[in-house]
Unconditional design. Structure first.
Length: 553
C-alpha cells in the first residue's frame, strides 16, 4: 500500500506497520491454549520485523522457490535492498537517537557484512574474514521455514541465497571448521541446490527438503500465492503460515506460536485427544467442539513488513476463522464515528457492534469452553445481582451499534493528581439511545455511590450519546469534529476500508508524549520523531485484514 510523502510544508513521513490480529479468548488452562496455535502466528511477523528493520524485501528470486509446497510456516528477508528504498529506510530510522547510538547504520553499508559482524561479536570464531570467506558466495536473501516431511513434527530449515555454489561449499566448510567449538561439534548439515543453500539438522534432511521441492515449490503453491497476495505489496520481510499448521497446532518447537509467546505448549494428539504432562494420551479430555471448529476453519495467513517513501508498514491477512463473531463488527460505523471526533484528538478507538453481539459472545464462550459453561453462568448471575443489570441485553444497550473511546487535548498530570478523574479529557460516544443508556447506567450508579454516579451522566450531541469525565471535553464530543479530514489521521488510517480503528496523534497537544516524558530525556528524544499511529482492521468475506502505520515528523 503506497503512501504519499509529506509536501513542501514539512508533512510527516511514515513508518507504517500492520494491524492487530483477532485472538481467541484464552486463560491459564492448557486445554484452552490449543485454539491459539493456528491463529497467533502472525505475532511472529512483528517480532521478526524488529530485527530486520534495516533491510528491504525486493523483487526477484525468493527463498520460497527452494522450499516444497508442504512448507508449514515461512519468513523471508532481503539483506541487500535497492539503493533508493534502503536510503529512505535508513534515513527514517536515523531520526531516532537510540538507533544511531546502537547501530549507526549508514545508507551505503553492506547489511550482510554488518549482520555477519554482529554474529561474530558473540562468538570465538577467529580467522574468518567477510570479504575473503563470505562475500564471494553469500547472496542477499534468506528465509527460515518449517517443512512438513511426513514426520510427527515439522522440520526446521534455513534457506540462504548463494551466488557461487562451489565457493559456498568451501566457505561454509571453513565456517564450521573455524567456529566448530561454538557448536559442540554439531553444526547441522546443508545442501547447495542451484542458487540456494538449504540448512537443516542433517545433510540428509536438507536433501529431503530439496527433493520435496522438485516440481512442487512453495512459490508455486496456490495457497501461498493467495495469502501473500492478500497481504498487499512486497516489502523487506514476508511471512506466511499455511493451513497445514493446524496439523501440529502449537507443537512447533522453537518456531511454534506458543514458543514465540513464551507460553507452555499443550500438544494435541490423534482424534482430538489431549496429551498429558507425561506425554500419554487422555481419552477423557477432548478438544471442545467450538475450538476444534475454529481450528478447522483456519485456512492460512500472510504478512508483509515494508518501507515506502520513508514509511514502515506491516500489513497482514488471516482467514476469517471466527465468522460467527466477526459478522458483528462488519460495518464501518465505528470508524466513521472516530472520523467525526474533534480534530485535536490525542487518541481514539472505535468499533461497530451489530445487534445480538453480546449474546453471541456468550454463546461462543460456552461452545468454546463447555467445561466452563456452568462457571460462566454463575459469574453472570453474580454480576447481575451486584449491579442490577440484565445481561447480556443491558450490555448491548450501553455500547449501542458503535462506540468510541477518546482522549482529548489538554492533559495535565498535575491537575489530574490534584483534582482527580474529572480533570482527564476522556470520553465515550455511543451510537445508541441516550435515555435507554442512562437507564442502564442508573442501575450501576445505584450500587456504586454518588461519586461514580456523577461520572455516569449521559448527554446527547451530534446524534450520539456522550459520557465524559471532564465537562469541557463533554462539550467537544457533543459538538463533534472533523478528525477524519486531518492529515495526521488520513495518512495512518485506511479510511476507505477500516471497520475498527485505533488512532494516536503524537504531535497534537504541544507534542504531548514528549512533554510527558520530559523528565527522562533519553525517552523524550526517542519519541520526539513520532507523528501519528494508526491501526486499521476490516473484514472482507473470508479474510480479516489489518494494517498498522506510524508516521514521523
Amino acid at each position: 500500500m503506497s503512501m504519499t510523502p509529506g509536501g513542501p510544508t514539512g508533512g510527516p513521513e511514515y513508518l507504517e506497520g500492520s494491524g492487530p490480529t483477532q485472538a481467541a479468548p484464552g486463560n491459564d488452562n492448557r486445554k484452552r491454549l490449543i485454539a491459539v496455535g493456528a491463529i497467533v502466528a502472525g505475532g511472529a511477523v512483528v517480532a521478526g520485523g524488529a530485527w530486520a528493520a534495516t533491510s528491504f524485501f525486493a523483487t526477484g528470486a525468493q527463498p520460497a522457490e527452494a522450499l516444497p509446497a508442504s512448507t508449514v510456516a515461512y519468513a523471508s528477508v532481503d539483506l541487500d535492498p535497492s539503493g533508493g528504498q534502503k536510503i529512505e529506510a535508513i534515513r527514517t530510522l536515523r531520526k531516532f537517537p537510540a538507533f544511531t547510538d546502537e547501530i549507526d547504520l549508514q545508507a551505503d553499508d553492506d547489511l550482510r557484512e554488518r549482520l555477519f559482524e554482529e554474529v561474530l561479536k558473540s562468538s570465538a570464531c577467529e580467522g574468518i574474514d567477510f570479504a575473503d570467506d563470505v562475500e564471494p558466495w553469500l547472496g542477499s536473501r534468506a528465509a527460515m521455514a518449517a517443512v512438513d516431511l511426513g514426520e510427527d513434527e515439522p522440520v526446521p530449515v534455513g534457506v540462504i541465497q548463494v551466488t557461487d555454489a562451489g565457493k559456498a561449499e568451501d566457505g561454509v566448510a571453513k565456517l564450521v571448521e573455524t567456529c566448530g567449538a561454538e557448536t559442540d561439534g554439531d553444526a547441522g548439515g546443508w545442501v547447495v541446490a542451484g542458487d540456494w543453500m538449504i540448512v537443516a539438522e542433517t545433510a540428509e534432511t536438507a536433501q529431503q527438503v530439496v527433493d520435496a521441492a522438485d516440481g512442487s515449490t512453495l512459490a508455486g503453491d496456490a495457497a501461498f500465492e493467495q495469502w501473500t497476495g492478500e497481504a498487499g505489496d512486497d516489502g523487506f520481510m514476508s511471512v506466511y503460515v499455511s493451513k497445514r499448521v493446524t496439523k501440529y497446532l502449537d507443537d512447533l518447537g522453537g518456531m511454534g506460536p506458543m514458543g514465540m509467546m513464551g507460553l507452555p505448549a499443550s500438544p494435541m494428539v490423534e482424534d482430538g485427544a489431549m496429551a498429558d504432562e507425561d506425554g500419554t494420551t487422555s481419552d477423557s479430555e477432548q478438544v471442545p467442539e467450538g475450538l476444534q471448529q475454529m481450528i478447522d476453519d483456519f485456512d492460512g495467513m500472510a504478512a508483509t513488513v515494508r518501507f515506502d517513501d520513508g514509511a514502515v508498514e506491516v500489513e497482514y491477512a488471516v482467514s476469517n476463522y471466527q465468522p460467527d463473531m466477526t459478522k458483528f463488527i462488519d460495518s464501518t460505523n465505528g470508524a466513521d464515528m472516530v472520523a467525526g471526533l474533534p480534530e485535536d484528538t490525542v487518541a481514539a478507538f472505535g468499533m461497530s457492534l451489530e445487534e445480538g453481539w453480546a449474546g453471541a459472545l456468550l454463546d461462543y464462550l460456552e461452545r468454546a469452553l463447555p467445561e466452563e459453561s456452568a462457571t460462566i453462568d454463575e459469574q453472570l448471575a453474580q454480576l447481575e445481582s451486584q449491579t442490577g443489570l440484565a445481561l447480556p441485553d443491558d450490555l448491548e444497550t450501553i455500547l449501542g451499534e458503535g462506540v468510541t473511546v477518546s482522549l482529548g487535548s489538554g492533559l495535565d498530570p498535575d491537575a489530574v493528581a490534584n483534582g482527580g478523574p474529572g480533570e482527564v479529557p476522556m470520553g465515550i460516544r455511543i451510537d445508541g439511545d441516550a435515555d435507554e443508556i442512562q437507564a442502564v447506567l442508573d442501575k450501576i450508579a445505584a450500587q456504586a455511590g454518588p461519586e461514580m454516579a456523577e461520572l455516569m451522566q449521559v448527554t446527547e450531541g451530534d446524534g450520539y450519546a456522550v459520557l465524559a469525565l471532564q465537562d469541557g471535553y463533554r462539550g467537544q464530543l457533543e459538538d463533534g469534529g472533523s478528525l477524519g479530514d486531518s492529515a495526521a489521521y488520513s495518512e495512518v488510517v485506511e479510511s476507505e476500508k477500516a471497520q475498527t480503528v485505533l488512532f494516536v496523534n503524537f504531535d497534537t497537544d504541544d507534542d504531548w508524549l514528549v512533554r510527558l516524558t520530559g523528565d527522562t530525556p533519553e525517552v523524550s528524544d526517542n519519541v520526539e520523531p513520532l507523528s501519528a499511529l494508526g491501526v486499521s482492521g476490516w473484514v472482507d468475506g473470508d479474510v480479516v485484514h489489518g494494517l498498522v502505520k506510524v508516521t514521523t515528523d
